[in-house]
Design a protein around this ligand. Structure first.
Ligand SMILES: Nc1nc2c(ncn2[C@@H]2O[C@H](COP(=O)(O)OP(=O)(O)OP(=O)(O)O)[C@@H](O)[C@H]2O)c(=O)[nH]1
Ligand SMILES: [Zn+2]
Length: 347
């Protein structure tokens, strides 16, 4: 690929510049991770792409990360992230999986037909709020649904300050409203279930067919997901789009602030309960139950809050336990290494 990009077109911002010395700025190469495959990372530099083989010595990286490379394109270090979206890895494995790094806004994509689900939107809002990136809820397939205005209203009721847009992802004039977030140097990411129209949206915004979409997937006899890896695309106006594959399971881990911010009004109610450890079931003086009875708080929203909070607590305990064990093991290795060195030197 011979296309040349300016640092700003790659999403370079003052936040990253501040992390470099003058010498590093003059003598090193800067690159952005644009794809993460099983055995390598694909790095976009200003005028070329390079492949960096995955290796235990490399930190865990994800699409959107900025890396510093020496003059021979050898890895020096990963730059501190402005934001990162992560989840607990799918399945029973206890690990955090990075989804996207250094993004400015997150498009939460949900279709207005069968996929429409307020609980799922709240889950994604918690992710965006944890990462402190601006969430924009994008409701697709407006052309296929009558009465979509009602669904827009339901999403808006989750938070009066939330931006909610209903669109037809296949129609350029319909996605025009999203261009306000696509300004030069900004990185946008998309999350949402498989088939909701993320790749279609990327294509319409880019004005081309860079991403294969579901209609092409339907020819795939194996029925595989169209988007198999996260990837970055560069828009002509200088913004960067980061597509993610549809995720069947987004379990929250390390997301306490995100959950608090998403359900702020419930936490305020909780603090007004008579008992500080109120379970909001049938205790006297429960402000949460009173709010549900008066219609001020929706039962669905309360149940989802309890569900996400307990899921988070469960995952966080296992993650913390894993990290503590890893730390203890690393300390043990360091001790054994220094002990061996000491014995070799004979003192
Ligand atoms: N009518 C209509 N069809 C849409 C719209 N958005 C997406 N589609 C269709 O829905 C199907 C799935 O769209 P994709 O863009 O592949 O969905 P995706 O979210 O990228 O799916 P994954 O790659 O599996 O994560 C395709 O056949 C699209 O043409 C829309 O707003 N209106
Ligand atoms: Zn209570």
């Amino acid at each position: 690929m011979n296309t040349s990009y300016s640092p700003t077109q790659l999403g370079w911002q003052a936040f990253f510049q501040q992390q470099l010395t003058l010498t590093e700025l003059e003598s090193s190469n800067l690159g952005r991770v644009i794809a993460h495959h099983r055995s390598n990372y694909l790095i976009q530099l200003q005028s070329r792409q390079i492949s960096l083989a995955t290796h235990v010595s490399l930190p865990s990286m994800t699409v959107g990360d900025w890396v510093l490379l020496d003059e021979n394109y050898q890895f020096i270090r990963l730059l501190s992230r402005k934001s990162v979206i992560s989840r607990k890895a799918a399945g029973s494995k206890v690990a955090e999986q990075l989804i996207a790094a250094n993004i400015d806004s997150l498009f939460i994509v949900c279709s207005l037909n069968q996929d429409f689900n307020l609980n799922r939107i709240e889950r994604y809002l918690a992710l965006a709020n944890e990462a402190q990136v601006e969430p924009i809820v994008v409701l697709t397939k407006k052309d296929l649904v009558d009465g979509w205005q009602q669904q827009v209203q339901l999403v808006q009721e989750l938070d009066p300050f939330l931006t909610v847009e209903a669109i037809n992802a296949l129609e350029p004039s319909s996605v025009e409203c999203l261009k306000a977030w696509c300004s030069t140097g900004k990185t946008l990411s998309f999350v949402g279930s498989s088939g909701v129209g993320k790749s279609s949206l990327v294509n319409t915004l880019l004005g081309c067919k860079e991403q294969l979409t579901g209609s092409i997937r339907e020819d795939d006899a194996k029925g595989r997901h169209t988007t198999t890896a996260r990837s970055l695309h560069f828009m002509d106006n200088g913004s960067v789009l980061l597509d993610t594959p549809g995720m069947r399971e987004i379990q929250l881990a390390d997301c306490q602030q995100g959950i608090s911010k998403t359900f702020a009004e419930i936490e305020v109610l909780e603090s007004a309960c008579r008992f500080s450890d109120c379970s909001h079931q049938n205790e006297p003086g429960c402000a949460v139950q009173q709010a549900i009875e008066s219609g001020e708080l929706e039962v669905r929203r309360f149940n989802n809050f309890i569900k996400l909070r307990s899921e988070h607590q469960r995952n966080n305990v296992s993650l913390k336990d894993k990290r503590d064990k890893e730390r203890a093991l690393a300390k043990k290795y360091r001790f054994v290494q220094s002990d061996t060195r000491r014995l070799k030197k004979g003192y």
